[in-house]
Design a protein around this ligand. Sequence first.
Ligand code: BES
Ligand code: MN
Ligand code: ZN
Length: 504
Amino acid sequence: MVVVLLAANEERGAALRAFARGADGAAVRRGLTAERFHGREGQVVTVTIAGARRRLLCVVGLGDAAALDVDAWRRAAGRARQAAERHGAARVAIAVDERASSIEHIVALAEGFDLAGYRFDKYKSDAEHGVLVGELTLLTPTPLPAADVARRLGGVATAVTAVGTVRDLVNEPAAVKTPTFIAATAERLAADAGVEVEIWDRARIERERLAGLLAVARGSNEEPRFIRMRWRGPGARRRVALVGKGITFDSGGLSLKPAKAMETMKTDMAGGAAVIATMVAAGRMQLAIDVDGFVPATENLPGGKAQKPGDVIRFRNGKSVEVLNTDAEGRLILADALALAAADKPDLIIDLATLTGACIVALGPQVAGIYGNEQAVVDRLVTLGRETGEPLWQLPLVPEYRDDIKSPVADLKNIGGGNAGSITAALFLQEFVAGRPWVHMDIAGPAFTDKELPYAPKGGTGFGVRILLRYLAELAATPPDVPPRAAASHARPRRKPPLAAKRR
Ligand code: BES
Ligand code: MN
Ligand code: ZN
């Protein structure tokens, strides 16, 4: 299948003529007219053209030429992949014009194409094992430096694999992906990436006084796990902590969710999965940065020993919290992890969590909320998100709303006053970062999609992984005192005693 990408109203231009002349050209024009193809974003027309063999010409709309960003090409390549799968085309060639001939664009096209190939069909009895798309050729107007292209495509493959890991874990039923399963998966994946993993069982979690994780785990028969991962990059000059929410199923606990709201709650470990996959990819890419991963994992169920509204728990940083709603469990397990992460004094903490329905109300299903106490870092991540097609929108840490999470009986309560639920959740988390540079992404919306997207089928999306990998790679390549910076990293403290990192 040959793919031609056209922006709005380019259907009469010269681009098509190179691939369909004479009678073929007429057939393509008829096809485009019949489908009213005008290059709008999302329009896809596939025409069979004559010749020695049956060949397909697929025309994909890019939308308004003036608004073409890198992700528009990534999305178009994803749509081309979807069309190829529909038509059983095993080999695909995308004709790339001057507008998309930089390495950045080539990489985005390959990435969109690869990401769109994801399937989760292990539980389908009639999964099609027919022709699978096996090859992509990019026809560029000018040659590109082969070594650079090869290196960047290697990065694409690693990132796409990481996204696939997250999608697999999110899509897996909660009955399978227990906290123990997630921990074992982290160990297995990290082993050949040179990333060190430490799994804390309940006894260790008790000794470490992870009060939030223990409180949430009370209602479940599944053992909780706390997953610690360490990547020590060669020549690293910075250290970043990644924290991810790992609720493998969120029933709400005793503050039970309605049935409808529970349907997708196996997704509630998407932040944790993103952290695990990013750590593994950082190791595979040998990124010159130190990264520490923290993933608290448990179910949130209403068993006989479940925590009850009104219970008070005390965290390792000394703060007490009145649990008024057991469905606001994410912030409880993240509080432990953030406090632990902050104690190591990293240059930056980034957490990802499917934290609040309120964030979906505010930003809809495709945009994540981002918060932080370092504006330069937030700005940089927002920009990267635009480039990777993982949109982030900054929401404010309104200091006045801190009053909403004050409790009459404890230092804090785990819910706000009813409004601005994503903000009060973020303010709660901020209480546990000990003033360290910190960014929080509320990915409740985009972690999961209930409709097919240009390069993600229904289900887990892997949101956040590509932003994180880009950002880590960028930090690794930037001297500590040059922006974008992870503040306060000029005088990097001496390395602590070796962390026994297994490296290959
Ligand atoms: N996991 C949910 C948030 C969520 C909702 C993620 C929808 C994805 C889709 C979280 O644990 C939760 O239940 N939050 C509550 C907080 C409330 C009780 C303060 C919410 O958003 O309703
Ligand atoms: Mn919940
Ligand atoms: Zn939750």
